[in-house]
Ligand binder design. Structure first.
Ligand code: VGL
Ligand code: ZN
Length: 200
């Protein structure tokens, strides 16, 4: 039984000063680094959008950032431009121990579809390849940490549980965007899906 630490989107744009800053997003970095040595595998995910990505409000005339739109694959929050491929904002937080990462999964690179989850894009069908990587390494247990609790962490944890991985989320090593109660809803949904939530 092997265990992977999945570090979700600990990138400059999600930290204070970034384009889609999550409050205290940088505060979790030391704790995440401290967990890496305990894991059999360390996977980092990186939100990685082309300029003009369809999830950016700037691509939707008249739409405000953080408003909701309908995409062919379902409802989609429109975001400020963020994590543009190759930009400083898309880089990992400078204090994150990226050298301990064994695999980096990039997501959100298709212009017409967003990808919150580390496993599937927002159509819930298009795979990122992470499932195959974990299965071929015989990893059955996952601990998730990172940004943001109510979007990419939640979507990743729900997919992981649905795929049959024993999944835990360290809420103390995550931070949330929290749009209209989305943090409380995310906690409830993860718990209902059998994800183990802990504070340390
Ligand atoms: C995320 C919004 C847009 C996240 C990524 O990492 O939670 N949220 N892109
Ligand atoms: Zn994004």
């Amino acid at each position: 039984m092997s265990h992977a630490l999945i570090v979700i989107d600990v990138q400059n744009d999600f930290c204070p000063g970034g384009a889609l800053a999550v409050a205290e997003g940088d505060a979790i970095v030391p704790g995440i680094n401290g967990l890496m040595a305990e894991a059999d595998a360390v996977v980092l995910t990186q939100d990685w959008h082309p300029a003009g990505h369809s999830s950016f409000a700037s691509r939707h005339p008249g739409a405000e950032p953080f408003s909701l739109t309908e995409m062919p694959y379902g409802p989609q929050v429109l975001w400020p431009d963020h994590c543009i491929q190759g930009s400083a904002g898309a880089g990992f937080h400078p204090d994150l121990a990226v050298d301990a990462g064994q695999m980096v999964v990039r997501k959100g690179f298709r212009p017409a579809i967003d990808s919150y989850s580390a496993f599937f894009e927002n159509d819930h069908k298009t795979p990122t390849g992470l499932e195959g990587y974990l299965r071929s390494r015989e990893i059955t247990e996952l601990t998730m940490v990172g940004l943001a609790t109510d979007f990419c962490v939640q979507y990743s944890a729900l997919d992981a549980a649905r795929l049959g991985f024993a999944t835990a989320v360290r809420l103390d090593l995550c931070r949330a965007i929290d749009l209209d109660g989305s943090l409380a809803a995310a906690r409830d949904a993860m718990r209902a899906a059998g994800v183990i939530l802990s504070e340390g």
